[in-house]
Design a protein around this ligand. Structure first.
Ligand SMILES: *[C@@H]1O[C@H](CO)[C@@H](O)[C@H](O)[C@H]1NC(C)=O
Length: 119
């Protein structure tokens, strides 16, 4: 086998592996969340994503506005779409970033509701 053939076979193997990764069906089921609703009341929620970090990038200003809106609307919960803990995500629930960019930022009483968090 020549060097060129070996490289070509290696590339083909990498491409096939990538292709099989792309087309293989998801094996894990999504977690189903259920949220109780008050009888006859509309569901009220806020959605936020890519929220900044350490209260910077206007995160604290948005959090304050969210608190005011949440109080006015009497929200049921908050959905976060993700892209919140850039670049490396969280190492654990006690990760410092979780406090700096979440717990210590969304402090309004009206936001102390269930949060369904993306990454
Ligand atoms: C914060 O918001 C102000 C007002 O909209 C804007 O001018 C500024 O660029 C924002 N700062 C950051 C870091 O996004």
């Amino acid at each position: 086998m020549t060097m060129a053939m070996a490289v070509a076979l290696a590339l083909l193997a990498v491409m096939l592996a990538a292709l099989s990764w792309c087309v293989s069906p998801a094996t894990a089921e999504l977690t189903r969340l259920e949220h109780p609703v008050k009888d006859g009341a509309p569901l009220r929620l806020l959605v936020v994503g890519d929220w900044g970090r350490k209260a910077a990038y206007n995160q604290s200003r948005v959090a304050q506005q969210m608190g005011e809106v949440a109080e006015e609307m009497e929200i049921d919960f908050v959905v976060s779409t993700g892209d919140n803990f850039l670049e490396d995500g969280l190492a654990a629930v006690d990760d410092k970033a979780f406090h700096e960019s979440f717990v210590d930022v969304y402090t309004a009483q009206s936001l102390q509701k269930p949060w369904y968090l993306g990454n």
